[in-house]
Design a protein around this ligand. Structure first.
Ligand SMILES: [Zn+2]
Ligand SMILES: [Zn+2]
Length: 402
């Protein structure tokens, strides 16, 4: 009897406290990989192909560690991208408030799991025997099974391990990414919503930290874009690729630069369009920022205060500009003709990208005219920027020229 109680108290494995901590970190990391690589990048965005055996492993793992189904997660997430920062967005801190999404994100997720969301956004999700008869029909049985396994292994401490496992995704995925990833952090690109990179090292949440990069390139299997950024999910995808279990379909823009190219043709336009977020970031860094700096050095204290965040506000995604930002833009552009011109040129260039679904001759004409006006402006930084854009080419065109 005593032996039985002792075994129940300590569990069958008893690897010590450190062992249990390591075990917990490993299993929660596997859950993170299942969410970011399988649910997010593979199922919701089709950014990679995945071997059926690996898909089955992740589905079973998610069932026992999170009780989240592929159809629910995929469709709610696709809805988030399709309706980002609007009333219909299942988890926008801009609309619903950061505290609400951080602490109550799971409730918003569950509320969004409706028949309508499934039928509209759930295309391509698994609908086989095990999905219907096990994962969906008994969605909570998996986590109960996990509780028994943890208690059998670690005794009463297993309950703590289980509780941490159950909290991991609601806290990190629902709270940190859906809340903080649309609120705090830095932006590499002015994507058309408020998404931010929470940290340049995507380790704890498997790369999901790089949420601004992801909203900019949603179909990319790789979430890091800058050389100093690290994406743990991409590390796993590369490992799966080496083992023949996965294959990335896309890793971001495919446009290239050919220094020998200096004419503007439709290939230039498609290539610049393909890499437009990077191009617009370069416009902010190389054209607007130096001009703001020069104006700042010559300005009085009041204007310096306005110019301090000048580049950020002049180059910001329009839907993120509030009344205070707009007032600041007006004051800055009234103060400086040079900044006014650079601001208007940026608006014009942005407007050209929004015509990308239309007539390609008109697109080319508008782009050529923009480049001519930029070269005629007398701004050296603008001339250099045009020269940079002229070197753009798509891989097929570069191959044809070679
Ligand atoms: Zn998002
Ligand atoms: Zn996504």
């Amino acid at each position: 009897m005593l032996e039985f109680l002792e075994q129940w108290w300590f569990g069958a494995w008893n690897p010590g406290v450190l062992g249990i901590v390591i075990f917990t970190l490993v299993v929660t990391h596997v859950t993170i990989v299942a969410v970011t690589v399988y649910l997010h990048r593979f199922s919701a965005h089709r950014a990679l192909e995945m071997h059926p055996a690996l898909q089955h492993f992740f589905r079973a793992w998610l069932w026992v560690t999170t009780s989240m189904g592929t159809l629910d997660w995929t469709s709610v997430h696709r809805k988030h991208h399709a309706t980002c920062e609007t009333e219909d967005d299942p988890h926008s801190p801009k609309v619903k408030g950061l505290g609400e999404i951080f602490w109550n994100g799971v409730a918003h997720y569950k509320a969004a799991c409706t028949e309508e969301t499934h039928s509209r956004y759930g295309r391509g999700c698994p609908d086989d025997w095990i999905e219907r008869n096990v994962y969906t029909k008994h969605s909570s049985a998996g986590i109960v099974l996990m509780l028994f396994i943890n208690v059998a292994l670690f005794g009463v401490l297993g309950i703590t391990v289980w509780a941490i496992q159950m909290m991991w995704i609601p806290l990190f995925a629902a709270g940190v990414i859906n809340g903080i990833g649309h609120h705090w952090g830095y932006r590499n690109y002015e994507c058309p919503d408020a998404a931010t990179n929470v940290s340049p090292w995507g380790i704890i949440i498997g790369g999901e930290e790089l949420h601004n990069n992801h909203h900019t390139y949603p179909n990319s299997a790789k979430l890091s874009q800058k050389p100093w950024e690290f994406d743990m999910g991409w590390f796993w995808i590369r490992l799966f690729e080496i083992c023949g279990l996965a294959k990335a379909r896309s890793t971001g823009p495919v446009a290239r630069q050919d220094p020998s190219k200096s004419n503007i043709d439709i290939d230039t336009v498609w290539a610049v369009l393909n890499d437009r977020f990077q191009v617009m970031a370069k416009y902010a860094d190389d054209v607007v920022a130096p001009a703001v700096k020069r104006e700042y050095e010559a300005a009085d204290a009041g204007m310096q205060r306005l110019l301090k965040r000048g580049t950020r506000v002049l180059c910001r995604e329009p839907s993120l500009i509030d009344e205070a930002d707009q007032a600041q833009i007006t004051q800055v552009t009234d103060h400086s003709d040079r900044l006014k011109n650079l601001y208007e040129m940026r608006q014009r260039l942005q407007a050209i990208w929004s015509k990308r679904g239309g007539n390609s001759d008109e697109l080319l004409a508008a782009f050529k005219q923009w480049c001519l006006d930029a070269e005629a402006s007398g701004e050296e930084a603008l001339r250099d920027f045009v020269a940079h854009m002229k070197s753009y080419t798509m891989p097929q065109a570069a191959m044809a020229r070679a």
